[in-house]
Design a protein around this ligand. Structure first.
Ligand code: SF4
Length: 398
């Protein structure tokens, strides 16, 4: 009997109900996990919050004050991050590498302490004492370069671990979410939990942070992030200054101040289209209301999604055909019904190496005794600006 695929309204309704049950389960799981690994977030400032604050103070303060909506895509993104963290931790423990998961570092700072929760911290003693903090990020597609907020976060963790090294600031959490005893210095935690002896002087330890970005298909690492000893107190000072400012804004909003007084990021920023607090953001002043265009925008958005799916499908089929051709071992066209196909090498694009040209021009001019000619000005003189373009921005408000 063929599978029943009719989209009966009753079945559509039941399908939606199934997704909603799934959504509720994910929301509950995320809530429990936050309580277990991060504790009561309203009582401290976390490194990811500070990193966001460095990008857009308004978005960071609003997220601290108002919980994010629990829609399915957002919950799935969170859950995927959690699965990745577990997977990476399992793969490293399978290799027998000593590591802490969800190491908590607490740095007292007025009423709202600073806290760092490090996804994974690897420790070893030989050939020299070393600590590697790994921050795991789940991304839809792998970025060419790391996001600023992620870099800020891993740098913040590295600064805190270095600064608090010998202070009673480190603890782990039990599976029930309770701190595993009073906070202790990091070398002591390593001795008691991992049986590893590290020097009391952090300067004798090779300490680095790394970002590990994972998508569903691939992975990429960025780093190392390390703070030289000479910069560490200035870096900590900056961190504390940002934390104090953040805390000031949060307290002001909690006592009746307006979120509008918190500065927001200017110009185009990739955070804005996915920001949960964009609806009333002063960056997008209310314009005319013209609801008649909503169907057109929805249609355009749906078409863009279809294009993404189509492009992925096209890429997959092209890869398959290339592989078929390579395995066939032929150098000729392959006939396939009413078609023929082959893979052939094409020359790479030719580009002018501006740096090389600059150097050679400088040498030439120097050889000709024309040192007074400035090559940068010469280049600027020959530069031509293209016609200004325009870009259509469409952000989903809620
Ligand atoms: S929409 Fe953009 S500018 Fe406004 S709060 Fe969000 S991230 Fe900041």
């Amino acid at each position: 009997m063929p599978p029943h695929t009719d989209n009966h309204p009753h079945d559509t309704h039941r399908g939606k109900a199934l997704l909603d049950i799934f959504r509720q389960g994910l929301a509950l799981g995320a809530q429990r996990r936050t309580a277990q690994t991060l504790g009561r977030r309203e009582t401290y400032l976390g490194m990811s919050e500070l990193a966001r604050f460095a990008e857009c103070p308004r978005a960071a303060v609003a997220t601290k004050l108002y919980p994010a909506p629990t829609n399915l895509p957002r919950l799935l993104t969170l859950q995927r991050g959690h699965w990745f963290e577990q997977g990476v931790a399992e793969s490293l423990s399978g290799l027998g590498i000593p590591a802490f998961t969800q190491l908590e570092i607490r740095c007292e700072q007025g009423e709202m302490p600073l806290m760092a929760h490090c996804d994974l911290v690897l420790v070893w003693q030989h050939p020299h004492p070393a600590v590697r903090i790994l921050e795991i990020k789940s991304t839809e597609t792998l970025p060419d370069s790391p996001y600023v907020a992620h870099e800020q976060q891993i740098l913040g963790q590295t600064i805190m671990l270095r600064h608090c090294w010998n202070l009673p600031a480190f603890c782990l959490r039990s599976p029930a979410g309770l701190p595993s005893g009073d906070p202790i210095p990091f070398p002591r935690l390593c001795r008691t939990r991992l049986g590893i002896s590290l020097p009391d002087d952090v300067e004798q330890v090779d300490l680095e942070g790394w970002l590990l970005c994972l998508s569903m298909r691939d992975a990429m690492s960025f780093g190392p992030y390390a703070i030289p000893a000479s910069d560490s107190s200035a870096a900590l000072k900056r961190l504390r200054r940002d934390a104090a400012l953040f805390r000031q804004h949060v307290l002001s909003c909690r006592t009746g101040g307006s979120l509008e007084a918190v500065p927001h990021i200017r110009g185009f920023h990739p955070l804005c289209p996915v920001c949960d607090h964009a609806a009333n953001c002063p960056k997008f002043p209310q314009g005319d209301s013209q609801p008649q265009w909503e169907p057109l925008i929805e249609n355009l958005t749906a078409l863009k999604k279809q294009r993404e799916t189509l492009e992925t499908d096209i890429r997959k089929r092209e890869v398959a055909l290339r592989q078929i051709y390579q395995f066939s071992g032929t150098k000729n066209w392959v006939l396939s019904g009413g078609y023929r196909f082959r893979e052939s090498r094409t020359a790479g694009p030719r580009r002018l190496n501006w740096e090389k040209l600059h150097g050679e021009l400088e040498e030439l001019l120097h050889g000709a005794g024309l040192d007074d000619i400035d090559v940068d000005s010469l280049f600027a003189h020959c530069e031509q600006e293209g016609k200004p373009g325009s870009r259509l921005f469409i952000n989903k408000i809620a």
